[in-house]
Ligand binder design. Sequence first.
Ligand code: FAD
Length: 655
Amino acid sequence: FLLRRRALPPAPLPWRRRARSDGTAPRWDVVVIGGGHAGTEAAAAAARSGVRTLLVTHKADTIGQMSCNPSFGGIGKGHLMREVDALDGLCARICDQSGVHYKVLNRCKGPAVWGLRAQIDRKLYKENMQKEILNTPLLTVHEASVEDLLLMEPEPDRPGKCQVSGVILGDGSRVHAGSVILTTGTFLRGVVFIGLKTHPAGRLGDQPSIGLAQTLEKLGFAVGRLKTGTPPRLAKDSIDFSVLERHMADNPPVPFSFLSEAVWIKPEDQLSCYRTLTNAKVEQIIHDSLHLNNHVRETTRGPRYCPSLESKVLRFPNRIHQLWLEPEGLDSNVIYPQGMSMTLPPELQEQVIACIHGLEKAKMMQPGYGVQYDFLDPRQLSASLESRLVQRLFFAGQINGTTGYEEAAAQGVIAGINAGLRVGGKPPFIISRTEGYIGVLIDDLTTLGTNEPYRMFTSRVEFRMSLRPDNADSRLTLRGFEEAGCVSQQRYAQASQMKAAIEEAIAVLKSLQFTATKWSRLVPEAPISTNRSSLASALDILQYPEVTMELLARAIPEPLRKFAECRELAERLKIEAVYEWHVASQQQEIEEVRRDEALQLPEDLDYFAIDASLSQEVREKLDSNRPQTIGAVSRIPGITPAAIVNLLRFVKTNR
Ligand code: FAD
């Protein structure tokens, strides 16, 4: 097996030999612990930025394993993938080589909040990811369990308890490193739950990490406990799809990566998903068997936005819930029933399945289960994901309290880049809230922490009109190349050319100013309703849904033809035009909130009664947080910018 052969060559590894012989500093620049979604991105990012990197993981064969759902992307998550890709990360490209059903979610809304998503062939993803890791220069994989950290005195000019200098493996050998990144997912003191049975495991079939959990505790890190779960898997050939609602993939599929012109699969070969529903019988079984379901009775917090079937039934009684039957691969007989995560005893899971429409004869291939694990309070990290307590020790992924492959990958890239920069004594690479979803994710975690598995949403992002999936390369690729050295020359050249072309085209479009009467003659498709003599630019006209760059170029071939000829450029210009007004008005709202940040909120404000346009969730958050000022409101996670503005205007008019 290729990875193993490369990871464990017949001769002793250089670090092992030298460490034992002379005790001098044979070391890797960066050691990454864990080969999950955070770890692979971290290791590859560190290596791309030019430092010698070792990835130590329990089993090389599980690199690229998707522990739960066979899908990537979605609302908010698709943005993270685009940003990971803009920094030359792996997951978007690997998804374009492994997807079997591509769908853009939220199509009915604007492109700023479109959610690129795909069902992925599990086997292919793993194979392609392992190939990629194997072929990354400066990156070596070693199969082992890390049991402890090597520590030394802190650097004199930096406060901190101590500094990490390497790791100790299960066989007692030492690996020295300039920086260490911990990406152990759900493995720290992981315990698996099925019905009344529990056993220690990081996920089903994998040993938990106990030694490292004890080390973190001894070092004084604050840790908490979270839980998550996964549904049973069903045999495809035992499901009656003929009675279910079929959902086809997009044609043509939209790739995740800026480097992919198309995805690997032919549009017509994509697989379908199917929808079915729960019913009263399901609810009854769940209610009747609560005493047999330890995971549900535990008070540990689970993922609010990806709840178990039991939590949905308990929280929303007498409701019907959707279940999506998703394929796990082209030649796989496994179906993943999304929405059916449960931890009942296996025989009761089979009963639940059997009373669902289309699944009456479905065979359960593996029961659903839950897992509880330690996570680190991420407020102990700086924005570079380095810990404040132990220098040169970085954390990324589910260990920081997040859930999801994309959240893990996004943190992995940033930790990998910064661990490498730290070794070279260079300033950290930080993405701010105004620059990317990654910035929002890391800022939320490191400043506010979390008490439930954190998931990315567009509503967490204040500047979502400008932080769009289409422009992630313009926002991040150039910085990634110039400041972090983690972006290839080819990608840098491509992103720079596109950015320059967009800027040039926008300047030209703005300079073409005519009266509404003339525009109506030039582009009759545009339903112009303004004063006939008022001036409008070509960029204003491009905002109309009926107008494309092609139409504009037909009306004014010179100088517009060259911009319309490139399909990708034309599409991006259309989006820029649509958002020009929104971005400007968002900027005004930002200014409005910034001006009134210190505005005091009345202490007795009844958030459930006030006549302001606020969702129930926002009202609940305001009521439980009781912020004192508008500035404090804007730091509560999940409060939308629109809600802040609405509250601000309400308070100002009613004081
Ligand atoms: P992981 O992917 O868990 O990878 C951790 C890696 O570290 C593993 O390879 C492990 O072998 C290695 N490792 C751990 N300790 C050591 C050690 N001491 N030495 C060497 N190697 C070590 N996400 C969702 O979005 N929705 C869901 O519904 C959902 N359900 C889930 C259900 C279950 C049961 C599980 C386990 C996860 C679920 N997830 C879900 C979460 C998703 O799988 C994770 O968010 C994601 O995989 C986290 O990536 P990671 O890299 O942080 O950790």
